[in-house]
Write a protein that binds this ligand. Structure first.
Ligand SMILES: [Zn+2]
Length: 426
């Protein structure tokens, strides 16, 4: 049975501070309604009442001030039912829209995302690898200005910006500790963005951002325990445990790519030896391929040391023996780490995302086969490995998720549009 929306309240920040009395109940109900429109999209008051199990009079009483102040606007009429057709209510993107910024190695994408996760428009800027952080911020700011002009919005409509980036990120402070593939170390990225954009900014690790978006808009809806695993040039994860994103004491929880697999393994970017990601992230798989091709008695192969992961996948599908050896050994390492993740967090499922997952689905198939055959005597490892959601898995949408959620919680807490400090208020 589908759970009610109420169980998801407080997914990220713990909901509203505990108070008592009628006012508190009204705020909680307001948050419930805002969460529903956020995750399910525009809805009529009748649908909101039905799905939240609040009375129609309560829903109407709570939402009327929001309609009068144009926070919620009518977006068409419902097409079902008898009699007068009901107004569909949506968040007004002219009052509050979130800038979702996804930073990658050679390009950044910026989107205007409304509070229901809908992308109004997006733009992108390219740059050479290892470009300085302030230049990337400048390019992202240019994209945002372009989007505002194109959509006749000004900066006052942008409630905040969410920035998603691969690397070791402290989402509490906005510090990029290490983003080795960008060549960035100890970059105060939140401060750089806030100075340039003039709006509150949250910087988040890409894996955690995707886990948050999956929880609100994607395959994690109505689930309280799952892991979103990003496999690219490294391995990172967003862990949702008992309905909350795990951040840990230092704000970097979920960096499962640095779980040690083999103390005699290669040195990792983190400085230790034999981390999970040095065995089965993208560079490790390509290195394994080059080593196999350079070994003795190599079978004839359609691959060469410069082959991409897509080439590897295609060769594997065609029965190439070298490709099979590389995929199967990589899959063994992938499963080794997955078993650690499953023991640690006991997830209902693992969402797989990232370039390695997209380019080399054969690796995931091989890992699933190995997982299915694991026989421990303490627990089953046969848990679903699923692919990311089409929409929530988009970098810019994921980047906006935590900001969007925090905005609504602050709104429900204070009963008015949040101040410019809403992202650092708690
Ligand atoms: Zn490491």
């Amino acid at each position: 049975m589908k759970e009610t929306i109420g169980r998801r309240v407080g997914l990220e920040f713990g909901g509203l501070p505990a108070k008592s009395g009628k006012q508190d109940l009204r705020r909680r109900n307001l948050l419930l309604l805002l969460h529903y429109i956020q995750s399910e999209g525009p809805a009529s008051q009748a649908e909101l009442a039905r799905r939240t199990r609040l009375s129609p009079a309560t829903v109407s009483g709570i939402l009327q001030p929001l309609i009068e102040s144009r926070i919620l606007v009518e977006e068409g009429k419902s097409s079902t039912g008898l009699g007068r057709r009901a107004s569909i209510l949506a968040f007004n993107s002219r009052i509050a829209v979130i800038a979702g910024v996804c930073i990658d190695l050679e390009e950044c994408e910026v989107a205007l995302v409304d509070l229901s996760g809908r992308v109004l428009d997006k733009a992108c800027a390219r740059y050479p690898r290892y470009t300085e952080p302030n230049e990337v911020v400048e390019l992202a700011a240019g994209c945002l200005s372009t989007l505002e002009a194109r959509n006749s919005l000004d900066r006052s409509s942008v409630a905040g910006a969410g920035v998603a980036i691969p690397g070791l990120i402290n989402s509490r402070t906005g510090l990029v500790q290490v983003a080795s593939n960008l060549g960035w170390v100890n970059v105060q990225l939140r401060a750089l963005f806030e100075q340039r954009l003039g709006v509150p900014v949250r910087v988040e690790h890409l894996g955690r951002a995707k886990a948050q978006a999956e929880a609100i808009w994607g395959k994690g809806k109505n689930h309280r325990n799952f892991v979103c695993l990003e496999i690219g040039s490294g391995i990172g994860a967003g862990v949702v445990a008992q309905g909350r994103i795990l951040r840990g004491a230092g704000g970097i929880g979920g960096e499962v790519g640095h779980i040690p697999i083999d103390p005699a393994g290669p040195v990792c970017a983190c400085g230790l030896k034999g981390c999970w990601e040095v065995f089965c992230a993208g560079p490790a798989i390509r290195k394994r391929l080059a080593q196999r091709l350079g070994g003795d008695n190599v079978p004839a192969s359609m691959l060469n040391p410069l082959s991409t992961l897509r080439d590897l996948n295609a060769a594997y599908r065609q029965g190439d023996q070298v490709a099979a050896g590389v995929i199967e050994e990589s899959a063994q390492y992938l499963v080794r780490g997955l078993v650690g993740v499953i023991w640690s967090f006991d997830p209902e499922f693992v969402i797989l995302t990232g370039p390695v997952v997209n380019d080399c689905p054969g690796l995931i198939d091989a890992a699933k086969t190995i997982m299915g055959g694991l026989t421990g005597n303490a627990r089953s490892f046969d848990i679903p490995l699923i692919l990311e959601s089409h929409h929530a898995g988009t970098g810019v949408v994921a980047a906006s998720a935590a900001v969007s959620l925090r905005y609504l919680e602050e709104f429900a807490s204070t009963d008015q549009p949040p101040s410019a400090r809403f992202l650092s208020a708690r």
